[in-house]
Design a protein around this ligand. Sequence first.
Ligand SMILES: Cc1cc2nc3c(=O)[nH]c(=O)nc-3n(C[C@H](O)[C@H](O)[C@H](O)COP(=O)(O)OP(=O)(O)OC[C@H]3O[C@@H](n4cnc5c(N)ncnc54)[C@H](O)[C@@H]3O)c2cc1C
Length: 556
Amino acid sequence: MKITARHNTDVLVIGAGASGLRAALAAAEAGAAVILANKGPLARSGITLTAAGGMQAPLHPDDSAAIFCDDIIACGYGLADGDLVRALAEDAADRVLETERYGVNFVRDAAGGYTLSQFPGQSRPRNLFVRGGGIGLAAALAKACRSNPRIQIMDDFFITGLVRNTGGAAAGAVGLDLRNGELTLLAARAVIMATGGCQWLWATNDCPADATGDGIVYAYRAGAELVDMEMALFYPSVLVWPPSLKGAFVHYEFLAPDALDGNIYDNAGQPVLPKPLPVRDQAMRLLARAIKDGRGGPHGGLLWYVGDSPKGAAAVAAKLDILQYNYIRAHGVDPATDRVEVAPGAHYLMGGIHIDPDGRTTVAGLFAAPECAGNFDGANRLAGNGLTATQVFGARAGLAASRWAAENGGAGPDPAAAEAETARIAARLDRGSSGTDIAALRDRLRAAVQQHAGVGRDAAGLTRLAQLARETQAELAAARVPDAGVFNQRLVELLELENMAEIAGLVAGCALARAETRGHHIRDDFPARDDANWLRHTLAKRTAGGPLFGAKPLRD
Ligand SMILES: Cc1cc2nc3c(=O)[nH]c(=O)nc-3n(C[C@H](O)[C@H](O)[C@H](O)COP(=O)(O)OP(=O)(O)OC[C@H]3O[C@@H](n4cnc5c(N)ncnc54)[C@H](O)[C@@H]3O)c2cc1C
């Protein structure tokens, strides 16, 4: 297998969720030629599509960027970089409203004003809702990208790794064009990583199966520093039963007194959540504790139920007439009246590739934009900040990358680096196959991550996980799949699992390093928060001797 195609561009954006789409638009509008590469079909893959569509912006007359900023820092237990939080809070209103220019519609009240809801941790009403949820947002941005002549879209295109120039700067990527089976070199003056999170690593999660953390690994392999990889957010109420709906999510926020005033109940019918509702990590801990104490239902979860809401059936039906709940209804379960079992599940990654406010990573020419980037949330995230961050940091990264491309372009990819990446992929293909059971290895890894790096962790379990991750990497090194030509899904699965195994090791290493409990990171062997030692990021960096784990100061 050889590189059979090459494309040159100013800015390569990898990943076309809300972050990558926004980054591509910003770079193109600044005059750059852009390639937008995505492993699935455009606007039909990635985490953005599953989003409920809440976006935070300080638009209420009593709100301000400064109050928003304070809320983010408090909710994240002080672990976010101050400069990232300020950028997020200060740009939020402009970037969120600007999405209307691209065709996004927000839910409005009878007078035509924006409907602003107030979720736990928000000291002012601040959540707008996109009509059509994440699909509405992605579809509008994708349409804008399609009609921008400077943006070349390459979807069904799986990036396998970054390539740098001889000076060490990011200079493009190698990818597999799934539609024709061609290995392709995308040479670029700047690269933006926008590949989303890695929550598919956890057996219980509410994300699509393509959230395998590819871009985080590629940036790490290229030398970028990662921070806070242990900081996975576990959403309190992810469906674990019925089986056909495992991985869908239902809002615990909708159980608030001013919404549906429902609750999540244990097997004795006792409500688990206090009112007013706590922020996510606190709600998640209450649920996890109840399940651990044997108060769960027959399928291991707790009952999410709004059928007896004092608001009445009509209000419940109206509130649940949105994407997530219509999806559940389509599976023969009525969330307005039926009981479903929920448990905490991996939902969001707060750590990731360390960026500055313009999305710069620690590798020259490489930028990153939300969910693969961090840390602008801390140890917990406010509802609605995920999507707002895609627009704020997507736009910032797009602009900064276009400037970098204009000022620093020139040295193309090091041919030796491109050849090495090609050889790495070609070595995975064989006439037959090694017989390695990729699916079994994947299930074993995901179960171990769930067990040892889920809610409640300790040194012994994390050490076992790190060992299993290494073993999985070794087993995969010998794995071969047939050269199937077009849409070689087995090759994609193998490469994704390699990425997942490497990330599992990084999550375990960072979780071991953070010897304290903070937000969603719960160390059973270090149950207290330790500001004296751990008001710092954990750091993961690649060295010749393997991963280096340590700490990195927060930026003010
Ligand atoms: C169930 C759920 C509901 C949510 N609801 C909300 C909400 O209401 N409000 C909110 O603020 N946040 C919400 N979030 C979080 C928010 O949706 C995400 O943080 C955000 O959409 C991430 O966008 P992204 O563009 O960074 O990543 P993604 O949307 O995941 O996009 C990444 C893209 O990169 C592609 N990609 C990955 N690897 C490769 C590769 N190797 N080669 C090429 N392409 C690749 C993927 O296919 C994908 O299309 C929710 C999350 C979940 C799971």
